[in-house]
Design a protein around this ligand. Sequence first.
Ligand SMILES: [Ca+2]
Length: 207
Amino acid sequence: MKIQPAVLFAAALMTVSPLASGQTIANPSFEEPAVPVGESFITPVSPGYAERIPEIQWAFGMPAGICRQSVAYAEQLQAPDGAQVAFIQGDPSSDMDFPIKSIMGVDITGLVPGKNYEISWQQTGRATDLGRCAIAATLMASNFPTIVLFGREPVETKGAWQRMSAEFLAPTDTLRLNIQHAIIEPGNTEPGSESTLFDDFQIKALD
Ligand SMILES: [Ca+2]
């Protein structure tokens, strides 16, 4: 049977379609920009709900941001990928209720509606903290129900990276990933206590 040109054209489109592997998380390892020499970290200029830092492409509440490995929030800790990580610092004044200030988020783009994906990342509690933290991770888009990846998942390790992963069905092509952070068992009483670090976000299509 002779194959019609239209069929060949459609097949060619499928071969080169960027949607086949187009799912993207911007700056997934927090390597850009390089934290300036003499500085340990970059955080939002002003407190508030998830301020987007253009150079990083992620939004961070206060206190959260990126830092170099082995210093500051990542003291005694090597990044699992590259040399920088993200952090969310606990907010001792607002334990237990997942305050919107202690948050970081980014848009996931290039998803194909109706396809299944796996998202994963590395996380760990700061080695020198005494208390216990938890995260909630959601995916959101206007006019679609919120997808809960983790509702209230304790951070199980300190100073040792643990890969978190969850699967989801994409309802639309762009979803906002938000990770909220809370102290569930206060250990330190100083400001800046109880932090969780993140690195190496990955997303892959499952079908
Ligand atoms: Ca990194």
